[in-house]
Design a protein around this ligand. Structure first.
Ligand SMILES: [Cu+2]
Length: 496
């Protein structure tokens, strides 16, 4: 049965909504800022600091409350890794394991997930595996909940290919509000295969964490009321105002924490590590006044060969590693990265100004890497993401920690058929996958490569081939619309 979006939202309990955006292309309800917003392309693009190890292979990061000037002249309280939003960028190398001690000085419990990481289960950021701050009530809010007082050491083997990863909070029921407050950062894995390529590097390689936010008049982050009481809350279920069951979208687009920033570039190639770190907003990225993206990598690493796109759809959690050649624009051109899915302020993402010509010895080779081939699947499973009795469910179930929906064998591959009733960006922990088909037809050009997150549109059937390599244990798959995730659209699977 096909139903209209309005009727569907009505069924979920949100009454009398003004539906934002253009139907099925977006998911989420727009929350408007009350603060005065800056002109776009005035703030310089910030580049997050690179995390510095405190010893060989060891990092220590403190999650804390800090103040940031995101909107000019206003103060925003952020919850940040290292007190910054975004958190520091981790530069990791394949084959060099690291330990990250995360110390929690926030008023709430946290769980940190390295998104895209091939990580042992004890360090994967399971939602009830919590780092609890001093003074937290000792009683668990959920069965099986584990409390680490103040600090937890996360161990990352970093045995995987070079890729654009990111890390963010994954606390049960509260991921959406806690990421909204700032708990996210990027992690870049590098390896020899990538080192050997003449890709743009140094100042011509830009990590771009794209997310939307809304602001109160005083500059604080605006988020729907039900969660604002989550400040200082240690347990209980995250309940969001029913109007926001679809997800929360803000009207300000931030890149690396700055509103619609601008970067000066030379007329040369740049490597852009695009990450959609938004809670619910999906983007269709284009360059204005024209231009193409040469995609070199997907969520899980370099493609075998580059693919060019006029537009890149990017849903929450996804990454695109692209090269843009600014030598195609006259010096002085203002190039805009736009979001073709939104009108008004959210239709802009960031600007580039081409300042001068410069030598460029970079190139995008016709052969980039030798990614693992497609193994033969040993099983097919279905995962259906939909609203059941007013809750977001997978195969009809709200999240049940410790109850796996599947038990794939380590070292094997399976076809997972993903379906749903709404737009759900599906993320699988541990396992990387390739998109085999959409609605029985070949996938989109932008589905290329190994991935860990895939956009599943309303009533779409997406087949992926997932490999279960590296570790046994309990992992999860879930919707990466963070409001859906908090409203129980998660499931465990156990690699045996
Ligand atoms: Cu969803």
């Amino acid at each position: 049965m096909r139903i209209s979006r309005r009727a569907f939202v009505g069924m979920l309990g949100g009454a009398g909504l003004g539906i934002a955006g253009c139907g099925a292309e977006v998911a989420g309800q727009l929350l408007r800022s009350r603060a005065r917003l800056p002109e776009p392309f005035t703030a310089p693009l910030p580049i997050p600091d690179v995390a510095r190890p405190v010893g060989p292979g060891r990092y220590e990061v403190t999650q804390r409350v800090a103040a940031a000037e995101i909107l000019p002249g206003l103060r925003t309280e952020v919850w940040g890794y290292g007190g910054t939003f975004p958190g520091p960028t981790f530069e990791l190398r394949r084959g060099e394991p690291v330990t990250v001690a995360v110390r929690n000085e926030l008023p709430v419990p946290t769980s940190t997930h390295l998104h895209g990481g091939v990580t042992p289960p004890g360090s994967d950021g399971y939602p009830t595996d919590l780092v609890v701050p001093a003074g937290a009530p000792p009683h668990p809010a959920h069965p099986g909940e584990v409390h680490h007082p103040l600090v937890k050491e996360y161990r990352y083997p970093v045995g995987q290919r070079a890729a654009t990863l990111w890390y963010h909070d994954h606390r049960m029921d509260f991921t959406a509000p806690q990421v909204w407050r700032g708990l996210a950062g990027m992690a870049l894995v590098r390896d020899e295969e990538e080192d050997a390529l003449p890709l743009p590097r140094g100042e011509r390689e830009l990590p771009l964490m794209i997310c939307d936010r809304a602001f109160e008049e005083d500059g604080s982050f605006r988020y729907p009321r039900a969660h604002r009481s989550g400040h200082g809350e240690h347990g209980g279920r995250g309940r969001l105002d029913g109007d926001y069951m679809e997800g929360v979208e803000g009207d300000v687009i931030l890149v690396n924490g700055a509103p619609w920033p601008v970067a000066e570039v030379t007329a040369t190639r740049y490597r852009l590590r695009l990450l959609n770190a938004s809670n619910a907003r999906r983007y269709l990225l284009r360059l204005a006044p024209g231009g193409r993206f040469t995609q070199i990598g997907s969520d899980s690493g370099l493609l075998a060969a580059p693919v060019t796109h006029d537009a890149i759809p990017i849903s929450p959690g996804e990454r695109y590693d692209v090269v843009v050649d600014f030598s195609g624009y006259p010096v002085g051109t203002a190039v805009t990265l736009v979001n073709a899915l939104a009108d008004g302020p959210a239709g802009n993402v960031m600007g580039f100004v081409v300042t001068r010509r410069a030598p460029d010895d970079s190139a995008v080779p016709a052969v980039l890497s030798r990614p693992p081939g497609r193994p033969r699947p040993v099983a097919t499973r279905r995962f259906d993401f939909r609203a059941t009795d007013g809750a977001w469910t997978i195969n009809g179930h709200r999240y049940r920690p410790g109850v796996p929906l599947a038990r794939p064998r380590v070292g094997t591959a399976e076809v997972w058929r993903l379906t749903g009733d709404f737009r759900h960006p599906v993320h699988v922990h541990l396992a990387h996958f390739q998109v085999l088909a959409r609605n029985g037809r070949p996938p989109a050009a932008t589905d290329a490569g190994w991935k860990d997150t895939v956009d599943v549109g309303p009533y779409e059937v997406v087949d992926v081939l997932a490999r279960f390599d590296g570790h046994r244990g309990t992992y999860m798959l879930h919707c990466h619309n963070l409001e859906h995730e908090d409203m129980a659209m998660m499931a465990d699977f156990e690699v045996i």
